[in-house]
Design a protein around this ligand. Structure first.
Ligand SMILES: [Zn+2]
Length: 186
């Protein structure tokens, strides 16, 4: 395996981390998987990583593709914590945070949907003309996604997954474990 960085090339772990995050989209440049010796510093890096990725989730100026690189850092902590060897236990005081794309309120952490919106904002989504819409699964077990105009008891169909809120375009889709998730369009 080829490593881009070696922890040994830095005087301290603080120096290493300062180096990592000096660039704007540092997560596109560096990964824990190609940094040699990094596994020895899990407890030190944990709060710094979570603080950084929480900050990124708050600002949300990454693309969905870029976000895959962001969560490599989170997952490095999560996987080490789940490893049988138990050399590292997550400090649960450091919490992964996520925010509603529309109102910025803190919501549950859904790693898969970094730019989704909260329940209250979902209720405010409309068609292009400003008429409220709602989305439901079409099948049992939470599959499928069909839009309707709100207040029509699912009789008047809204035949697109695109919806709008405060001038932004969103898309609805079935969530991985059932229900509907609404995310901003790129
Ligand atoms: Zn919201």
């Amino acid at each position: 395996m080829r490593f881009d960085l070696n922890i040994k090339d830095f005087n301290t772990i603080n120096e290493f981390w300062a180096f990592i995050i000096q660039h704007d989209k540092w997560y596109l440049k560096y990964s824990p998987h190609n940094t040699k010796g990094i596994d020895n510093y899990l407890p030190q890096l944990e709060p710094w990583i979570i603080n950084q990725t929480n900050d990124l989730r708050k600002k949300m100026d990454f693309s969905y593709d870029d976000y895959v690189k962001v969560i490599e850092w989170d997952n490095w902590l999560i996987r080490a914590d789940m490893a049988k060897s138990k050399k590292f236990n997550r400090n649960k005081a450091f919490k992964f945070k996520q925010f509603c794309f529309a109102c910025k309120k803190e919501i549950s952490f859904f790693q898969r949907y970094p730019k989704c919106i909260c329940r209250a904002c979902v209720d405010e989504t409309t068609d292009l003309q400003g008429r409220k819409v709602e989305f439901f699964n079409t099948e049992a077990l939470g599959h499928g996604c069909q839009g309707y105009y709100s207040g029509t008891n699912q009789t008047e169909k809204y035949d697109t997954n695109t919806c709008y809120l405060n001038g932004n375009e969103y898309f609805a889709k079935e969530a991985r474990f059932g229900g509907i998730v609404i995310q901003v369009k790129e």
